[in-house]
Design a protein. Structure first.
Length: 131
């Protein structure tokens, strides 16, 4: 149980780092380079996902060697898809509760992010970064 808790905490720290890179790249490309926001956001997501992959591989789950890298990368791509789908389904389910103003939509987005975080962690642990 201690190993699971340790991995979960490291996974959370990596997720925060990935989010920072995601937003920084998106903002730099959008406001600094004048790219369309949608394209900038996609590039930011990809940069954050790449960072998350490397940090989770080496630090969170401490996978050694390059054995199985193509399979692992494919599993990571599927995990990202499942995580995004989970996030969108939660947003869709909670959207009627959002109402007007900032608090409602922010709550929905945070709730969806929280649920998708755990989906991402357990899929990553089981199918992507397992020894």
């Amino acid at each position: 149980m201690a190993r699971l808790t340790s991995q979960l905490l490291r996974f959370g720290a990596v997720a925060v780092a990935g989010l920072v890179v995601d937003l920084a790249v998106a903002m730099a490309l959008s406001t600094g380079a004048g790219w369309p926001l949608t394209l900038a956001a996609a590039c930011g997501f990809a940069a954050g996902a790449a960072l998350n992959y490397v940090l989770n591989l080496r630090w969170t789950f401490r996978v050694q060697g390059a054995a199985g890298a193509p399979r692992r990368i494919a599993a990571y791509a599927l995990t990202l898809g499942a995580t995004l789908l989970t996030r969108l389904l939660v947003v869709k389910a909670l959207e009627p509760m959002a109402g007007e103003g900032l608090v409602g939509p922010l709550f929905v987005l945070l709730a969806a992010t929280g649920v998708s975080f755990f989906v991402n962690f357990f899929l990553s642990r089981r199918f992507v970064f397992n020894p």
